[in-house]
Ligand binder design. Structure first.
Ligand code: MF3
Ligand code: CO
Length: 258
């Protein structure tokens, strides 16, 4: 179901979204060589609680953690484990929070220390594709415009586009209609309108876009073992314009203490 949100509801989503942004900043900051993925999950849990939010991932279809931690060839839905980060890894963090019943959802991917130029291009291109998609968000714009803009960025650099997993509407539920694919034809698909909120979430691979799922039923990997990146924002079509609700604050300062 597509839901239309009013100003009061968007304010709640903005608080949830800001919480997710802060969480991603702090987890990225903490993700150093030697740190385990479970330690990052514990940090995420503390941040969600400190903002009077609830975790949205924990218990979602039985998901066992507060965030998804997806290293290297893991595309999405990696379960935090005792794996300790190593210099040269890349790591995707996907996080969600609920404030007074309203959701925020976002993801980013970053390197642990130095990575090759090819890997930097993967990360930069996937993030650029997210922003190219966001630029297409406007009342009357279509889902195909977004998908096409996202896909075009991948094409420029010969990256594989993951097609099995897509973005989504968001509100009182983490996953609402419509589905927001990372591919499409301009001028086709559903029209966006004020009051909607969507998550755009490109997933690009250095190899093909094909995926496989581990026996844990969650961990989604590239079929060919190539590295994968994932970026996501929650975007609202408010009366005052398009607002990205999950922007990651620059951690040059302490968010909580000003
Ligand atoms: N946040 C993810 C998405 O972007 C979904 C997380 S699935 C969960 O849609 F099970 F981990 F919650
Ligand atoms: Co999402």
């Amino acid at each position: 179901m597509i839901t239309i949100k009013n100003r009061r509801e968007f304010e709640k989503m903005a608080f949830a979204g800001e919480t997710v942004g802060i969480l991603l900043s702090k987890v990225r900051e903490a993700a150093k060589p030697g740190v385990s993925l479970i330690e990052l999950d514990e940090l995420a849990a503390e941040i969600i609680e400190s903002r009077d939010c609830k975790p949205s991932f924990l218990g979602y279809h039985g998901y066992p953690a507060h965030i998804c931690t997806s290293p290297n060839d893991v595309i999405v839905h990696g379960i935090p484990s005792d794996y300790r980060l190593r210099e040269g890894d890349i790591l995707s963090i996907d996080a969600g929070a609920i404030y007074e019943g309203y959701h925020g959802d976002a993801a980013l991917t970053f390197p642990i220390g130095e990575v090759s130029r090819e890997v930097r291009v993967l990360l930069e291109t996937t993030e650029a594709a997210l922003w190219a998609g966001i630029e297409q968000v406007r009342p009357g714009g279509r889902l195909g415009d977004i998908g096409h803009a996202v896909e075009t960025e991948a094409r420029k650099h010969g990256l594989g586009v993951v097609r099995e997993y897509v973005g989504h509407g968001i509100g009182r539920q983490m996953h609402e209609d419509p589905q927001v694919p990372n591919y499409g034809k301009p001028g086709t698909g559903m029209k966006l309108r004020k009051g909607m909120a969507i998550c755009i979430e490109p997933m690009f691979n250095l190899g093909s876009g094909d995926t496989k799922v581990d026996t844990d039923g969650w961990t989604v990997r590239t079929a060919d073992g190539s590295l994968s990146a994932h970026f996501e924002h929650t975007i609202a079509l408010t009366d005052d314009g398009v607002r990205v609700l999950t922007e990651v604050p620059d951690l040059g300062y302490d968010v909580q203490n000003g």
